[in-house]
Design a protein around this ligand. Sequence first.
Ligand code: NAP
Length: 314
Amino acid sequence: MDFQDFFLAVTITLGFIKICKSLFHFLNWIWIMFLRPTKQLKKYGSWAIITGSTDGIGKAMAFEFASKGLNILLVGRNPLKLETTSKQIIDKHGGNVEVKSVVIDMQNISGKEIMKRVEEAIDGLDVGILVNGAGVAYPYARYFHEVDLDLMDSIIKVNVEGTTWVTKAVIPSMIKKKKGAIINIGSGSTVVLPSYPLVTLYAASKAYLAMFSSCINLEYKHQGIDIQCQVPLFVSTKMTRMRASLFVPTPEIYSKACTKWIGYEKLVVPYFFHELQSFLIRTIPDVFLDSYMLRYFLNMRKRGLIKDSQKASK
Ligand SMILES: NC(=O)c1ccc[n+]([C@@H]2O[C@H](COP(=O)([O-])OP(=O)(O)OC[C@H]3O[C@@H](n4cnc5c(N)ncnc54)[C@H](OP(=O)(O)O)[C@@H]3O)[C@@H](O)[C@H]2O)c1
């Protein structure tokens, strides 16, 4: 074999390996996305505890879990909304499930107090699943120096500290029974995009959750506890105030997608059309995305400032 033939054989072999690898990835993706069975959630335990359960994604997950026969412990800051949500779940799934609730305003009590209240609330319950869904975002985009102190406080307390202390309260009982699942709701802003300017604190708080989840996933996997960070793109809730569409699902559609991923990978974009968006976004070079995001959010900031000044002049 002369050099030319050898070079041709190596090139064909490498090309073949590359095609096989891509095909394997594609088939694996089809399996994960459409065919892989959902885990039996009740096997983790008979109770699910959900923070941020009085609205949006958290509330939809509470209904989704109740439909699967799980008892629900709702965590929320507003007693009236907790009562309404509890009643709505009982009305829909009452015969099959129990619902309890605990009032915790994560912005206004210390981390240790959050932990104590959750520990008391779960005492005697067979908690299998924890969803850390409570979250706060900017009402509109703004520079970091413009973020008012109350908003700054609530983002750090709810998104970062709340999730951390609730997890700290729940994990010992999961370790004891050697099973459990923890789902932290992060954000696509930190995984899919290279930066999220003018919504900096929110994105940074969600980046914390991605790393927090990834690390404790490794710490507790061998103890039977599946910990993951789910990173949605836009969902139609009071946080985004966006109308529902194919790429902006309702919380109900989104929560069905979430449930399918519980117990599997440690970082997931659960909704198919978000995954498609992420794939397309990742093909764009960072430098273009950075410049686009900056212009996009500067525009949002301008609109937010106009709305604020209109409100103030009323
Ligand atoms: N919607 C999206 O497009 C999107 C995208 C990426 C990530 N996420 C994340 O998904 C999670 C759910 O968001 P969502 O869109 O469903 O928002 P949402 O409809 O505004 O719900 C947020 C939930 O968090 C609760 N919460 C807020 N502050 C709290 C506090 N101080 N103490 C206790 N609970 C508090 C809210 O309680 P109240 O009912 O009393 O207001 C509500 O139940 C958040 O972590 C968010 O960051 C959302």
